[in-house]
Design a protein around this ligand. Structure first.
Ligand code: FES
Length: 180
């Protein structure tokens, strides 16, 4: 089994110091520091949370409290790519739940939403703040895909299965609320 070294590089320390310098209280840098740890280790194991706490010289409980509050921080080992489909309000009324069920079926997800090939997982998201282009999903805490359809989901799954970069998707300019 692979042994993970829970350390930050000097470049990562420098990045965290930059965040610390922005705030009067170093605890305020906990979110970017957790993000750096998650990007590096893939999820926030207790060891990664401890590393962040020690790096920032703040209590473990504070770091864990922040990590456990926000869904974008992964507290368990997860597949690499996440498709989060909004099932709230307008997305829900426009088929968000049906598309989530479809996505899970396409990746042959288990009850946690983790796909059979171990690369992709899917779960429901709360409102992603793009209600006028719903159904909407967010890809691994980054880009959004708007006006989702089954065909779009198929394309996303295909790209993610091959570890292809998902390009930033412009919100369609035909959307009246954007062009007004
Ligand atoms: S309801 Fe889906 S983004 Fe707001």
């Amino acid at each position: 089994m692979e042994t993970v070294q829970y350390t930050f590089t000097e470049a990562e320390h420098a990045e965290i110091r930059k965040h610390v310098a922005k705030y009067p209280d170093r605890r305020s840098a906990v979110m970017p520091a957790l993000w750096i740890a998650q990007e590096k280790f893939g999820w926030l194991s207790p060891e990664a949370v401890k590393l962040v706490a020690e790096t920032l010289d703040i209590p473990y409980a504070h770091v864990y409290g922040v990590a456990s509050f926000y869904t974008m921080y992964f507290k368990e080992r997860v597949p690499k790519h996440l498709i989060e489909i909004c099932t709230c309000f307008s997305c829900g009324a426009n088929g968000g739940q049906e598309l989530l069920d479809y996505t899970k079926a396409q990746i042959q997800a288990d009850d946690k939403g983790h796909g059979k090939d171990g690369k992709i997982w899917a779960r429901a998201a709360e409102c992603l703040g793009a209600c006028d282009t719903g159904p909407v999903c967010q890809i691994t805490n980054r880009h959004y895909a708007h006006n989702l359809t089954r065909e779009k989901i198929d394309s996303l799954i295909s790209k993610l299965s091959n570890d292809e970069e998902i390009p930033y998707e412009q919100i369609p300019l035909s959307n009246p609320s954007i062009t007004d």
